[in-house]
Ligand binder design. Structure first.
Ligand SMILES: [Zn+2]
Length: 258
């Protein structure tokens, strides 16, 4: 009896060791595959908290639309197997340097910044996608082509511009302006869940296809005055001034698009 018992114990110990080794090998293999193939997508929902985005008096808050599209984008990309990080996942204010620091803390990552546009001229509309570093052009081209293709809005083009979050990130980074919330038609679309889901799906398709879409020609706006860029110092005190400059910025963009 004792010998048989010992034999059984030895048998089970060997089985456990084999199973343990197999599962740890499998885990190591899958980790290796993930580290070489997987990409982290850092999603940046524009504005938040006291920073509504847009222009003074704007009815639909940009910060709510950007967060909703970003959360939908996270869900679509997660389902496709991407590791996703959100710079904000609720209605909070996150300073731009913090957003950049989050993005720059990941390797093998890309940064997708979600915004909606605004201007005093209600008829202004369309989709535009910004990048700064040349490494970001393929991602901007792919996302822009797909978002424009799936939207009722006009094509305002791919644009190169030194927005803070694009200049300071050291991974491929794009900023998508998903339409004008000051345009009645585009604001109505943006307020439907099905359209925001469509935007998320097209942006995700752009992320997936970023290495297989030809780079677009683009409008170079890198010489636009620094004061008209997205401010790097968001604060309560500066928010009013920032809003005024952002309405000027939209005007400048319209002029340069014509
Ligand atoms: Zn914005």
């Amino acid at each position: 009896m004792p010998r048989n018992f010992c034999g059984l114990r030895l048998f089970f110990a060997l089985m456990v060791a084999l199973v343990t080794r197999d599962s740890s090998d499998a885990a190591r293999d899958s980790r290796t595959a993930e580290s070489s193939d997987s990409v982290t997508v850092v999603i940046d929902a524009g504005h938040g908290g006291h920073d509504r985005g847009g222009i003074p008096g704007q009815r639909v808050a940009e910060k709510d639309m950007t967060l909703d599209v970003s959360q939908r984008l996270r869900n679509v990309l997660s389902a496709s197997g991407y590791r996703v990080v959100m710079t904000r996942d609720s209605d909070v204010f996150v300073p731009l340097p913090t957003r950049v620091a989050i993005a720059n803390s990941y390797r093998n990552a890309i940064f997708v910044c979600i915004h909606f546009n605004a201007t005093q001229r209600r008829s202004a509309g369309g989709i535009e996608t910004y990048f700064y570093s040349r490494d970001s052009l393929p991602l901007a081209s792919a996302i822009h082509r797909l978002v424009v293709g799936g939207a009722p809005s006009s094509n305002r083009g791919v644009r190169r511009r030194g927005y803070y979050v694009l200049r300071k990130t050291n991974i491929p980074a794009v900023l998508v302006e998903c339409g004008f919330l000051t345009n009645p038609t585009e604001a109505a679309y943006a307020q439907t869940a099905s359209y925001r889901e469509k935007l998320a799906e097209e942006i995700a398709a752009g992320v997936r296809g970023r290495n297989s879409v030809a780079s677009a020609s683009f409008i170079d706006q890198t010489r636009v005055a620094r004061s008209e860029r997205h401010s790097s110092k968001h604060s309560h005190k500066k928010s009013a001034r920032k809003k005024r400059s952002s309405s000027k910025r939209s005007g400048a963009e319209e002029a340069s698009a014509q």
